[in-house]
Design a protein around this ligand. Structure first.
Ligand SMILES: *Cc1c(COP(=O)(O)O)cnc(C)c1O
Length: 445
């Protein structure tokens, strides 16, 4: 077994240059010449190493990470269990292509996914490289298994950037603009959005179902695809009862319920999956981000009788379920379980909500504080209204960055700040990060 990295990073935030520092700025110059302008960097500091909740940049700044690479390094950076598992697997073999010659870790990841995802029914999985690829395959499987074509998605949804998933994603700029034509047979219906629509879960579900029945026809619908807590769209948590009502309707109408748990899965919300909160049992679940702690891995897991209808050779891909990524996933799942990190996510929720709700009392620009577990956001508004305040979100992110904290904006209107801290963040680190965020919000008020 390869030994774990020595702890040499330091556990506190420490800014020693202006940010970005001179070395990062020099690298960024090189980047402009070599990397497509179509990619942007939220915070162009160049990272040299990382541990726990701290990133160290090339100028020696220690940055507090409240974004986890967008909910990917859910446990934290350089988790010893992951470092050991990945290092050992790299030395053993890095690739055979599962479709050519299989290996145990692929099977074991699928066994874990069957055990962890909701429901005690027989399940099988297929592994892929990215969240978008998992969503695309879930749609392929749902269409084949149901013999129907329509896919229902929601306002504010984000499901990826490949051609099919662009059609599933709601927001035009920057994800879709001028990249069409988009795939057909995608229908968008209203999401439950309690802060803005004031509807109960049952009312919001009735509204969505009415739209499906009148505009698509239940018998045409292969699947309803939904993020149980929306990610990029603004951390929108549907009203209690919305997901169960939708799920009941899908079951009654022979429609598959696909939960996109790519951002919300793997203990992020204080349960293994966000749907667990209301006991919803999806037919298919897509996972990625938190699944493998930073190695590219994604999965579709679902009812065996649905998944197994696909003809031989109908699913696959060269790298899907790569052995190094599979080793990382097994170590991630074991570590989440052994260290009881779902309960740590719930502790983080208590601390973060308390801090942000008390801040909300003091300032007029926080319209809403919401989320679950270590997936919490504030929605920024024009004082006295619910109108979006994207300028405030932008200035808060900039302030945080300049003070060595990574905080991410999201939302259809760019007015939501989301916190996705690594679950091993210490109480001191979290308090420090929340203090910086509070100062940023006050400065923007
Ligand atoms: C990030 C994300 C995706 C796309 O995953 P990629 O790995 O970036 O392709 C899909 N669905 C949700 C909910 C996501 O958050």
């Amino acid at each position: 077994m390869v030994s774990s990295v020595e702890s040499s990073v330091g556990t506190n935030r420490k800014v020693v240059t202006e940010l970005p520092g001179p070395k990062s700025r020099a690298l960024h110059e090189r980047r402009q010449a070599a990397v497509s302008a179509g990619l942007t960097n939220g915070f162009p500091i160049y990272i040299e190493r990382a541990e726990g909740a701290i990133l160290v940049d090339v100028d020696g700044n220690r940055i507090l990470d409240l974004g986890s690479g967008i909910a990917v390094t859910t446990i934290g950076h350089a988790v010893p269990e992951l470092v050991d598992a990945v290092s050992a697997q790299v030395a053993a073999f890095t690739h055979t292509c599962f479709m050519v010659t299989p290996y145990e870790s692929y099977v074991e990841v699928c066994e874990e996914l069957a055990a962890l995802t909701p429901g005690s029914h027989a399940k099988t999985s297929a592994l892929f490289n990215s969240g978008s690829e998992a969503v695309e395959n879930a749609v392929k499987i749902a269409r084949l298994a149901s013999g129907r074509q329509a896919i229902v998605v929601f306002d504010h949804a984000y499901h990826g950037r490949t051609n099919l998933t662009m059609a599933l994603t709601a927001k035009n700029m920057p994800y879709k603009d001028r990249f069409g034509p988009f795939a057909p047979e995608i229908y968008r219906v209203p999401m439950s959005n309690p802060f803005h629509d004031g509807l109960s879960g049952a009312q919001a579900a009735a509204r969505a179902i009415k739209a499906i029945e009148t505009q698509v026809g239940a018998h045409n619908v292969a699947a309803v695809l939904i993020e149980p807590i929306q990610g990029e769209g603004g951390f929108i948590v549907p009203a209690e009862g919305f997901l169960p009502a939708l799920s009941e309707w899908t079951t009654a109408n022979g429609v598959l319920f696909i939960a996109d748990e790519i951002q919300s899965g793997f203990c992020r919300t204080g349960d293994w999956f966000a749907v667990d909160h209301e006991g919803v049992i999806p037919d298919l679940v897509t996972t990625a981000k938190g699944l493998a702690g930073g190695m590219p891995l994604a999965a579709v897991t679902g009812r065996a009788e649905v998944m197994n209808q696909v003809h031989e050779g109908g699913l696959g891909g060269t790298y899907g379920g790569n052995p190094v990524a599979a080793a990382a996933a097994l170590a991630t799942i074991k570590t989440l379980r052994d260290r009881n990190l779902a309960s740590r996510a719930r502790e983080l929720e208590t601390v973060i909500l308390k801090s942000l709700r008390s801040l909300q009392q003091d300032v007029a620009i926080i319209g809403d504080v919401r989320g679950r577990g270590a997936m919490i956001a504030i929605e920024l508004v024009q004082p006295g209204t619910k109108d979006a305040n994207a300028a405030a979100a932008k200035s808060i992110v900039t302030y945080c960055n300049q003070h060595g904290v990574i905080a991410l904006a999201c939302g259809t209107y760019g007015n939501v700040i989301r916190l996705l801290p690594p679950l091993v963040i210490t109480d001191e680190q979290l308090e420090d990060g929340l203090d910086v965020l509070a100062a940023a919000v006050r400065a923007a008020s």
